[in-house]
Design a protein around this ligand. Structure first.
Ligand code: AHG
Ligand code: MN
Ligand code: MN
Length: 333
């Protein structure tokens, strides 16, 4: 019989001692929350979950009903178990400390509860992204600064994509594993281990409508790709842009590719659109764990020292040789 997520977690701990019981509980609870979100997503209009919530998050983005529902599902699932000290989310201005009525654990959980919000109402793949850190030992009362750790300090990271299938993708620092939700059984079943991203690719993902706002290295790199077999790259490229990072990264983990959301001139004071702590760091680590590469054009994403919970970042990730190339073009610019 195919292994369940629970069995995978137990056997990982037995073999590698990298998933202590509290972390296992945390990951099982996150998976259960994702099942709940998947259920709500699937109901769509029948569940009254589509449309706007007519509110804004701290980033000035209009929240969809499902952004808020997913956020609540994750908090309610995680607050009582005793495994967490606090949580942080795209949809909350500051951290959510586990209430006094529950015991406090040693982990910190960060999430983008619903990634790809613009795709909810149009029935295109969306997802949940999460990152797990340890509360620093020196810290007594948990504060926002306890979360400001570089991505290389993550102890677990993953996402769940709600598409034609619901798939949970996880790393605890020993490669990447994928689990498909079996709806009849109600459990996530291990469907792929040792996920590897091919080092070379002919597929890129970027929002081309921003072309006129890009910096020169990005414009030069895309021009090379577009020139195809008669250009400097000597090969034709294909393009994909789902506009849900989870779905674009899932494609890259499955068949390779390069994903870019660079800084651009629309908002020159912001380093990019995507958020470091709960989008770029978990995705960057997953990609590295699958043999790919993730940078902000200048440095490894996982080495960036965060200074703000909702900090933004430029993102280049995916097949190693392409990410290395576009990163090198930033160095020589
Ligand atoms: P979110 O829905 O959590 O705010 O994230 C959306 C992000 C990311 O998933 C996607 O790659 C990107 O925004 C799409 O941006 P554009 O609409 O600018 O293409
Ligand atoms: Mn997102
Ligand atoms: Mn989101």
């Amino acid at each position: 019989m195919a292994a369940s997520l629970s069995r995978y977690l137990v056997e990982q701990q037995r073999a590698k001692q990298n998933i202590p019981p509290e972390l296992r509980l945390l990951l099982e609870v996150v998976a259960r929350a994702c099942k709940g979100i998947s259920h709500a997503v699937n109901k769509g209009a029948l569940g009254g979950v589509l449309g706007s919530a007519h509110s804004e998050n701290i980033q000035g983005e209009v929240q969809k009903k499902l952004d808020i529902i997913a956020n609540e599902v994750l908090i309610e699932a995680n607050e009582w178990g005793g495994h967490l000290a606090a949580m942080a989310s795209e949809e909350m201005d500051t951290i959510y400390v586990v209430p006094n009525r529950y015991p406090q654990g040693e982990y910190l959980l960060l999430f983008d509860p619903l990634d790809g919000s613009s795709n909810i109402d149009v029935n295109v793949s969306i997802g949940t992204i999460f990152s797990v850190l340890k509360k620093p030992e020196s810290s007594d009362k948990v504060t926002e600064s306890d979360f400001l750790q570089p991505g290389r300090a993550q102890v677990a990271a993953g996402y769940c994509v709600y598409g034609p299938q619901t798939t949970l993708v996880l790393t605890v620092g020993d490669g990447v594993a994928m689990f498909t939700l079996d709806r009849e059984q109600g459990s996530f079943v291990l469907t792929q281990e040792n996920v590897r991203i091919p080092e070379d690719t002919r597929e890129f993902a970027i929002n081309m409508s921003n072309m006129r706002h890009w910096d020169k290295p990005v414009a030069d790199y895309i021009a090379e790709c577009l020139a195809g077999s008669s250009g400097p790259r000597g090969k034709d490229f294909n393009m994909r842009w789902v506009a849900s990072m989870v779905a674009d990264v899932h494609r890259i983990l499955t068949r390779g590719g390069v994903f870019m959301y660079p800084w651009d001139k629309r908002e020159p004071d912001k380093p990019g659109k995507l958020r470091l702590m709960y989008e770029a760091n978990p995705m960057g680590w997953l990609v590295e764990q699958a043999g790919g590469m993730a940078t902000n054009g200048n440095q490894r994403i996982l080495d960036i020292q965060p200074t703000l919970l909702h900090q933004r970042v430029s993102v280049f990730l995916g097949s190693k040789n392409e990410v290395a190339r576009v990163t090198a073009m930033h160095q020589t610019a």
